[in-house]
Design a protein around this ligand. Structure first.
Ligand code: UDP
Ligand code: MG
Length: 315
């Protein structure tokens, strides 16, 4: 495609209860777009789309107030979650831009690297990841849990960019390829690296949330991490299989030992070990069932083919 002319860029911003962060975010993003178009980097038809993910505070009121030719808004009919809000925004801008950048509403991801993303796109990258070089804004717990998250994903065979969240640029081709993925359990960080195309990274420092509080409490974070693993890797089930093989072999050895004791006329006392093994094996079985249940549950959700989000109104 022609990457010489000024591109039409769309910024997609998911918002959930962000009334305190949004005024500043809107100032920063609109003036950034203006600067970029003055510098000839993007066309002056570039725009921002705010996706209100079912907020109950004044978020939608603010978005409606900002709406103009450069700012659009979509309100989902309820809270569907960050990934679905992003998806709604991207589906909305697909076909209406040359490239889109997704960025959180709290400005923790540094918007000043967006021009670098656009330049990387001009140089031929279809996907540009924003990667956190330093997490100054995150506390000890968030940093270490994130590290565990990315390392576990990698060990389980889920291809995903280390320390990259959902701050990324997608060119038109990558965007339409992404929207071909029809799964209900959406984990964008796992899907995007699978799209192929030329991919590159820009680095930035992850700052502090500018206002409001995190919408990702611990429970939601764990659920998200679990989704990431079970949506992309069957390794837990495979590991369970090999664990079963180890147990079978151990049971064989124990069987030989027990038979030898039996034929040599010694009585077996072993109540303690019996009880222990019953508990232990039950534990293993339950864990196995739990993991299988997770996958079966995923299939259940997928076969229903429910819509991934519903739009209530747009401005
Ligand atoms: N968000 C959303 N729906 C949700 C939760 C969060 O659209 O159900 C948005 C939120 O408004 C923000 C982004 O997703 O723009 C990231 O959320 P947050 O900053 O709370 O997550 P953290 O940075 O703490 O991981
Ligand atoms: Mg945040």
């Amino acid at each position: 495609m022609d990457r010489e002319r000024r591109i039409r860029l769309a910024l997609v911003v998911p918002c959930f209860q962000e009334e305190s962060a949004l005024p500043r975010t809107n100032d920063v993003l609109t003036s950034l777009l203006l600067k970029m178009s003055e510098a000839g980097l993007v066309g002056d038809d570039s725009y921002i789309v705010y996706v209100d993910d079912g907020s109950t505070d004044g978020t939608w009121g603010l978005i409606s107030g900002y709406a103009c030719c450069r700012v659009k808004g979509i309100r989902l009919s309820r809270n569907f979650g960050h990934q679905y809000a992003l998806l709604a925004g991207m589906e909305y801008v697909a076909g209406n831009c040359d490239a889109c950048v997704t960025i959180d509403a709290d400005l923790q991801d540094d918007p000043s690297v967006i021009p670098d993303m656009v330049r990387a796109y001009m140089d031929g990258s279809e996907i540009v990841y924003g990667v956190r070089s330093k997490r100054v804004g995150d506390g000890w717990f968030k940093r270490h849990s994130a590290h565990c998250f990315y390392t576990t994903l990698r060990h389980l065979g889920v291809e995903c960019v280390y320390d990259h969240a959902d701050f990324r640029l997608l060119g038109r081709d990558a965007l339409s390829a992404l929207l071909e993925y029809g799964e209900r359990n959406v984990f964008l960080r796992g899907i995007v690296p699978k799209l192929g195309y030329r991919q590159s990274k820009v680095y930035y420092q992850r700052g502090e949330r500018k206002a409001g509080s995190s919408k990702y409490p611990l429970g939601k974070m764990i659920e998200f991490a679990g989704d990431g693993v079970t949506s992309f890797s069957v390794r837990p089930v495979r590991m369970l299989f090999w664990l079963g093989v180890v147990f079978m072999m151990a049971a064989l050895l124990v069987g030989i030992y027990v038979m030898a004791r039996y034929f040599s006329g010694e009585t077996i006392e072993g109540w303690t070990s019996l009880i222990l093994s019953i508990w232990f094996c039950t534990g293993i079985l339950l864990i196995g069932l739990g993991i299988l249940g997770e996958y079966v549950g995923k299939m259940y959700v997928e076969v229903k083919k429910r819509p991934r989000y519903n739009i209530a109104e747009t401005v």
